[in-house]
Design a binder for this molecule. Structure first.
Ligand SMILES: [Cu+2]
Length: 146
């Protein structure tokens, strides 16, 4: 019996090894009102050339990938990014004032101390779901929880 179980385990290994993308340090900032969009941040790294094509969460009706740009007058505005390309071995860190996951149409206030699942869809790797902790309203990163 043990031999058979081992053989099955080996046969499934190539599928597991296909997870070339890592999604780390997810976090979101607590929202004051559910009527305002929320924002979530994380770090992506891929061993292969990858592309993030979609994001989804039960916490929001519509999820968008946004960047931030500052124009010649120093006014910053958000830009919608259709798909994010990942170069092999180069981590991409989302942060306030830069790349962020925009959560439109929140189904409820993002309460500090709670978490919500966020599913990212990659062109080759497929779906990866992470649990996003909600930090305080003034948090600036995963270490700024206090
Ligand atoms: Cu935005």
């Amino acid at each position: 019996m043990k031999t058979i179980a081992f053989a099955v385990f080996c046969a499934t290994l190539p599928t597991l090894a296909a997870a070339d993308v890592s999604v780390t340090d997810p976090w979101a900032r607590a929202s004051i009102l559910a009527s305002r969009p929320g924002a979530a941040y994380l770090t992506l790294q891929s061993d292969i050339a990858e592309r993030l094509t979609a994001l989804e969460t039960p916490a929001a009706g519509h999820v968008m990938l946004h960047g931030s740009e500052t124009d010649a007058n120093g006014v910053s505005r958000m830009t919608h990014i259709e798909a994010l390309d990942l170069a092999p071995g180069t981590p991409v860190t989302f942060a306030p004032g830069g790349l962020h996951v925009m959560l439109m149409g929140l189904t409820g206030k993002l309460e500090e101390g709670s978490t919500f699942p966020l599913t990212l869809t990659f062109e080759k790797t497929g779906e990866i779901t992470v649990e996003v902790p909600v930090l305080g309203v003034t948090a600036t990163g995963p270490e700024g929880a206090e």
